[in-house]
Design a protein around this ligand. Structure first.
Ligand SMILES: Cc1cc2nc3c(=O)[nH]c(=O)nc-3n(C[C@H](O)[C@H](O)[C@H](O)COP(=O)(O)O)c2cc1C
Length: 326
């Protein structure tokens, strides 16, 4: 495998400039990315304390390489910061934060000897959070899948952030789904690519088979940025695959929450039997039953370049070889 080690890689203690975006809490996925030389990142926001401890232990059993944990700061479970303290106490070396100001947590992250990454949507915000003390910024372009903080495309946001924080590190996110995209963001000055959508089809990523099928089939034009799946995380723009819920809402003229078609209807069930409503923020998880493709299927525009299920090691080898060739 070619090595594309950057100064950011050296800071993180990894050999390859690929970071797996926090799309899942699966220790298998996170460890596979770290074992392939990148940085796997645990999606920690929705875990209970005990679950987080177990996931971290699961990652550590599978790899001795660095990995991270990600927290959505605005959501209640993370808001008291106890969950971040749990990750730090368990020895997670990289903490990534998203959605609202990281100032209240930077000191505790550094105090535990970990690195702090924060996701930004503008060059001005990059400057501000680096001045607060974060060690690297994730510049998230509007092409990104999942919740989207900014409104600028990756091609412009990345170099704008690089110029704004020349003494720090920029990680490019949004729309990077193959080696050409990886080469492009390295050329723009990024120290690594932060990749979500492409890893949705990693063999090690557990999700509902119908969601995987939809990701495989989707084209670059098949995602919509909206605030429609808002139960559990209101007023937060997110990019998802078109489905019947989105189509009906768009056809109705994008009505506000409370006035949307089939509001409050249960469309699916978790494996535990718990109901999932049409406008819930949860995506189709493994073991869910019902009309699972009616709920939020998060994906970025890079879904058009994401077409087959592969082991993490193959995804990374292919991306690195293609980027090196470019
Ligand atoms: C299914 C899914 C879940 C995500 N969950 C989170 C999350 O919990 N925290 C976070 O900071 N970003 C989350 N994101 C956004 C990613 O961190 C990242 O910005 C995005 O995936 C990059 O764009 P890409 O999907 O085009 O690769 C999620 C993205 C997806 C696709």
């Amino acid at each position: 495998m070619p090595r594309l080690t950057t100064p950011l890689c050296r800071l993180l203690g990894v050999t390859q400039p690929i970071i797996q975006a926090p799309i899942s809490s699966s220790p298998e996925l996170v460890a596979a990315v770290s074992n392939a030389g990148g940085l796997g990142v645990i999606q920690a926001t929705w875990l209970e304390t005990e679950e987080l401890i177990e996931v971290i232990a699961g990652v550590k059993r599978r790899t001795d390489r660095p990995f991270g944990a990600n927290f959505v700061l605005s959501l209640t479970k993370v808001n008291g910061h106890a969950l971040i303290d749990t990750a730090l106490a368990a020895g997670v070396p990289v903490i990534s934060t998203f959605w609202t100001d990281p100032a209240p947590v930077i000191e505790r992250i550094h105090g535990a000897g970990a690195l702090a990454l924060h996701t930004v949507g503008s060059a001005e915000e990059a400057r501000r959070v680096v001045d607060m003390g974060v060690d690297a910024v994730v510049a998230q372009g509007v092409e990104a899948g999942g919740h989207v903080w900014g409104q600028v495309g990756t091609l412009v946001l990345t170099p704008a952030c690089v110029d704004a924080v020349p003494e720090s590190h920029v990680i490019a996110a949004g729309g990077i789904a193959d080696g050409r995209g990886l080469a492009a963001v390295l050329a723009l000055g990024a120290g690594a690519a932060w990749i979500g959508t492409r890893f949705l089809l990693a063999e090690e990523h557990e999700s509902h088979p119908a969601y995987r099928e939809a990701v495989m089939a989707a084209r670059e034009t098949d995602t919509v940025l909206s605030t429609v799946f808002d139960e559990g995380w209101p007023d937060a723009p997110h990019r998802c695959l078109r489905n019947d819920t989105l189509e009906a809402w768009l056809a109705a003229g994008r009505p506000a929450s409370g006035q949307r078609p089939n509001e409050g209807e249960t469309v699916a069930y978790f494996a535990t039997g718990e109901a999932v409503s049409r406008y819930s923020m949860f995506e189709p998880a493994a073991g869910m039953t019902g009309q699972v493709t009616s709920i939020a299927m998060y994906a970025g525009q890079g879904v058009g370049l994401t077409n087959q299920i592969q082991p993490v090691a193959d995804i990374m080898a292919e991306m690195l070889a293609d980027a090196a060739a470019v």
